[in-house]
Design a protein around this ligand. Structure first.
Ligand SMILES: Cc1ncc(COP(=O)(O)O)c(C=O)c1O
Length: 355
């Protein structure tokens, strides 16, 4: 298993309805705008989408404040990550991070360098800058998965200047950026004047649509954008994704409700989780998931304990740089969070056995 907990193997295929704390999706669910207008997409199913996706690009441009020429569209952020990485012979990956960065880099035969997060899970800016001299590009999460920390824009400034001057590319994965609550945390304001920046976004997490598969890249580096476009199949975005972009990105009520939920629930969740006896340390998160280091129990035992109670969590040992003493929890709605917390509180050591 490479990604989150496998709800299909452990849950759905066994007819078990699991509470999924392994994948980080907004618990407010599908925005009303999508549900209410689904008939519009159904009407479009029998014809091909606009091969130039003009309306879609206009909607993205309105949402991000970036010109339409700066976008490349993908079947989820995953397609964009894969295709942008394909352009480089060498890449620096900041780790631990989303496992696809490394999988894709290996697939394309890139030489890989790693910059490890510091023990407190902050970025090692000096190390990133030093190692960048040896590679063509760097990929970094903002916020970073699995810990949820964000990039300090002041500390990153000299890295951007260096990459701009040296013709290197900074790929910033902002798949979770909306959960941080402020657009100021995004590097989108750098796009226009810094050709070295390439941002990846998606509707997957914040708008709760992993099944729709829509992500996008933003950059003012025309050469890089065209090189990605040339590798893509025509009509890679379906009419349901077009509908989602049209109605969800301007759904202010959903966005506001989500921001209120994450602000309140992150505080509550971090407070409660930090009191659990088998949790040694929690790492500060600006996103909708929390990385925890365990004590007196490993990820497999904790996974089993939670699964027995109908809950699935994310083991974290397959993130490069972490071991089996880490797990990641999604932040969900209050009722679900309380259910997880109750289960975690109930785990006691009895003769060194966890029950
Ligand atoms: C950091 C990060 N980026 C990108 C993705 C992929 O997103 P999508 O489902 O839009 O392809 C994920 C999925 O878990 C992720 O965690």
């Amino acid at each position: 298993m490479v990604h989150g907990g496998d709800i299909y193997t452990d849950g759905i295929f066994k007819g078990q309805d699991l509470l999924d704390f392994s994948s980080n999706i907004n618990p407010l669910g599908v925005p009303e705008g999508f549900k209410n207008n689904i008939a519009e997409a159904l009407n479009n199913v029998t014809r091909y989408p606009d091969i130039k996706y003009r309306e879609l690009l206009k909607n993205l441009s309105n949402y991000t404040g970036t010109v339409e020429e700066n976008f490349v569209l993908g079947n989820g952020a995953a397609e964009i990550i894969d295709l942008v990485i394909s352009n480089f012979k060498s890449i620096l990956i900041v780790v631990p991070s989303f496992v696809e960065y490394e999988i894709n880099a290996k697939k394309w035969g890139c030489r890989i360098e790693y910059s490890k997060l510091l023990p407190n899970m902050d970025f090692d800016y000096e190390d990133i800058q030093n190692k960048l001299t040896e590679v063509e590009a760097v990929i970094i999460g903002n916020p970073n998965n699995p810990n949820g920390n964000i990039i300090d824009k002041n500390k990153f400034e000299s890295i951007i200047e260096f990459c701009e001057a040296e013709g290197k590319t900074i790929i910033i994965d902002e798949a979770f950026i909306e959960f941080t609550g402020s657009i100021k945390n995004s590097f989108i304001d750098k796009i226009e004047h810094n050709k070295c920046t390439f941002i990846i976004r998606a509707i997957t997490k914040f708008f709760a649509m992993p099944g729709v598969r829509f992500g996008y890249g933003i950059s003012s580096n025309e050469g890089l954008l065209n090189s990605i476009r040339e590798k893509q199949n025509p009509w890679n975005i379906n009419c349901f994704a077009e509908l989602a972009v049209k109605y969800c990105l301007k759904d202010k009520e959903y966005i506001d409700k989500s921001l209120n939920w994450i602000e309140a629930e992150r505080k509550f969740f971090m407070g409660e989780i930090s009191k659990i006896s088998c949790i040694d340390r929690i790492f500060n998160s600006f996103s909708n998931f929390i990385l925890c280091r365990l004590k007196n129990i490993d990820e497999n035992k904790l996974y089993k304990c939670c699964l027995e109670k109908g809950i699935i969590i994310r083991k974290a040992s397959n993130f490069r740089g972490l071991d089996n003493s880490y797990v990641r929890f999604a932040i969900k709605d209050r009722v679900s969070n309380e259910r997880l917390i109750k289960v975690l509180k109930g785990i006691e050591v009895i003769n060194n056995e966890f029950r």
